[in-house]
Design a protein around this ligand. Structure first.
Ligand SMILES: [Zn+2]
Length: 200
């Protein structure tokens, strides 16, 4: 397979990435004005074989997962019943957990990270990296399972992302991540569950 140029992280893009942006479904990064955009090329299988792998290769054999199109809509009361208080605060109220509190920070095993609200797989273990921020962090996501939205909770707009199946808030995307994407998907640990490929 031909190795393709990854534009994100290339010189000249830093200034754009430092401003607010969002990621569309085809991985196009766009500035707030919409006047400038760049294409984040597919992750190279030659250089990043694990990242490019299909998420199902990280899931336990024989385990079934929900489909992203199988939308889960519940009332606030039902969500409160289904989730513990910490998960409800993040997933349904867009809260943020305290850093360095999630056991998932230290997880390095092979597996998939699924939405704590509806079990939809959102990340693979190959996408995880140690950002030092105290929140589980990923360089990319499973395509088609997360949606993004501008967030104006702080003065500077941020890019919020949430589970496409249940709408549960997961975290925010930042542009200071490592190669190959330059992205840091900063996730609340209580919004995820880890499903190891093989049980210990
Ligand atoms: Zn979900």
């Amino acid at each position: 397979m031909k190795r393709r140029t990854l534009l994100i992280g290339a010189s000249g893009t830093a200034a754009v990435l430092a401003t607010s942006y969002w990621v569309t479904s085809n991985n196009t990064l766009q500035t707030a004005s919409g006047s400038d955009s760049m294409q984040a090329d597919d992750i190279s299988e030659d250089e990043y074989p694990k990242l490019a792998k299909d998420w199902t290769e990280f899931a336990p054999a024989g385990q079934s997962f929900p489909d992203p199109s199988d939308t889960l809509t519940l009332s606030k009361e039902d969500w409160q019943h289904r989730l513990d208080a910490a998960a409800f605060d993040v997933l349904r109220e867009e809260g943020t957990e305290r850093p360095f509190t999630s056991p998932l920070n230290d997880v390095k095993d092979t597996g998939v990270f699924v939405c704590a609200g509806c079990d939809l797989p959102l990340f693979t273990s190959a996408m995880k990296f140690d950002s030092g921020t105290g929140w589980p962090s990923f360089v990319t996501k499973i395509d088609g399972h997360l949606e993004t939205r501008r967030d104006f909770k702080l003065i500077l707009p941020r890019t919020e992302y949430h589970c496409i199946r249940c709408g549960g808030h997961q975290g925010h995307i930042f542009s200071d991540g490592p190669k190959p994407t330059g992205q840091r998907w900063c996730n609340n640990g209580v919004a995820l569950k880890f499903v190891p490929k093989t049980s210990a």
